[in-house]
Design a protein around this ligand. Structure first.
Ligand SMILES: Cc1ncc(COP(=O)(O)O)c(C=O)c1O
Length: 425
């Protein structure tokens, strides 16, 4: 199996565990990945030239402006967006990108939004107060028949279909280009929340005339080895010229008089204030590294980790994996072990130096669905133990020995739950 650990900054970093100092085993990459060494190296090198961008006349300003704009092109090419039609806007993260789309919602034709039961709150809360429809799940997959019915009944009236590119709970990969074709044939646009997709699969935006075209795309640097506080929003250039920007301030204005403000063209109009130059450079470098490794290798590697983990989990008594039947998935697996509260499992794994996540992963409605809970139930229904799961999620640098270490630790915890002695208990 390929070994990508040498690409990761902090890969060998030891942390205190109940067995003494051990290499930290991060299985919470869906939350944030560690940085690529190449990203850290680049930032240190470019730091020598760090300067304000766009309006400075000095050498460093001009150089940094060039590097920033070049990063935009690298990101655009990473997802094969059309430079004549689409614009790459650097944002804070996926959440910020999606909130920007919400700002422009009034300028999209139609009256309603469709989103799905799978969504992370960042791609759900922005649409909840709009007239909306929710696509449910049928046998672990999006119910495309239901979507078809909604689109047929509301032809020409749907502004946006908002859908995750990959679930942060189960790794499930919705068929985004089929969904794009369905949305477009009903006159709607599609937004793909690619927070989990971008680090795991190649993405193609396709030209606007192609029915598979992704109208909007959002993703975050910190989930793809570039943790410098930047995200990406890609969308149609024309839309971002239709109103005042989502945030106003320096950098957004071409001219101003006593009556009017004249906004700059996108992307500048949506990048109010001093841009996060290092964030942009970091994402571009990460795109370069991922492309260099090659997607076929990355996907095969991840598939091996997934198969070994799913097989191992099957052998541990009382473990339930959610959406186990999903074959099209990225490296994210959520599970529970009978009789042990999810948070206790995560805390016990932490004693072994293994980092996982528990709870509802900001996708409460999907988690409730998977747990078979009533969608109308609220936290007040659950005394002190909130429903949830344990999630393991892989980065490209994880390997089969990480999987064995995790499975061994979990087995020990599950077989002897009363031996679990947490530091704080
Ligand atoms: C599917 C999905 N969408 C959106 C987000 C939000 O990303 P960010 O916190 O970087 O804005 C996350 C974060 O976990 C996610 O997994």
């Amino acid at each position: 199996m390929a070994d990508y650990g040498n690409l990761i900054y902090g890969y060998d970093q030891k942390v205190p565990t109940k067995f003494g100092l051990k290499r930290y085993l991060n299985l919470d990459n869906a939350a944030s990945t560690p940085p690529f060494k190449a990203v850290m190296k680049l930032i240190a090198a470019e730091g020598l030239y760090y300067s304000s961008i766009h309006r400075g006349a000095g050498y460093k300003s001009r150089y940094m402006t060039h590097r920033y704009e070049e990063s935009r092109e690298i990101v655009r090419d990473f997802v094969r967006a059309d430079p004549d039609h689409d614009v790459v806007i650097f944002t804070k993260n996926t959440t910020d990108s999606i909130n920007k789309i919400r700002h422009y919602l009034p300028y999209l034709p139609g009256e309603s939004v469709i989103y799905t039961r799978l969504e992370h709150h960042s791609n759900e809360l922005p649409w909840m107060n709009e007239k909306h429809f929710i696509v449910e799940l049928k046998k672990d997959r999006l119910d495309l028949e239901q979507l078809e019915t909604i689109l047929k009944r509301n032809r020409g009236k749907v502004k946006l279909l908002a859908v995750t590119g990959a679930s942060n709970v189960t790794g499930y990969l919705p068929p985004i280009h089929t969904l794009a074709e369905m949305a477009h044939s009903a006159g709607a646009r599609i937004l793909v929340d690619a927070a989990q997709l971008a680090p795991h699969r190649p993405i193609t935006v396709y030209p606007a005339a192609d029915p598979r075209h992704l109208d909007f795309l959002a993703f975050s640097g910190h989930k793809m080895y570039a943790p410098f506080g930047s995200g990406v929003l890609i969308g149609p250039k024309r839309l971002f010229s239709q109103s005042a920007p989502s945030q106003v301030g320096g950098g957004t204005v071409k001219a101003i008089d006593s009556q009017n403000v004249y906004w700059v063209d996108p992307p500048g109009v949506e990048e109010a204030g001093s841009p996060n130059v290092f964030g942009a450079l970091a994402i571009a470098e990460s795109c370069r590294v991922l492309n260099k490794i090659g997607w076929r290798k990355l996907i095969d590697h991840e598939q091996q980790l997934l198969e070994a983990t799913l097989l191992g989990l099957k052998k541990i008594p009382g473990v339930t994996v959610y959406n186990e039947s999903t074959t099209q998935r990225v490296g994210v697996i959520s599970f529970n072990a009978a009789g042990i509260y999810h948070q206790i499992i995560a805390e016990a794994l932490s004693e072994y130096g293994i980092g996982v996540r528990t709870g509802c992963f900001c996708a409460r409605n999907y988690v409730k669905h998977l747990l078979g809970l009533d969608q109308t139930s609220s936290p007040t229904n659950y005394a002190s133990q909130l429903p949830g799961m344990v999630r393991v999620s892989f980065g490209c640098y994880n390997n089969l020995s990480d999987v064995s270490n995790f499975l061994e630790a979990l087995e020990e915890i599950v077989r002897r739950p009363n031996k679990i002695k947490l530091n704080n208990s």
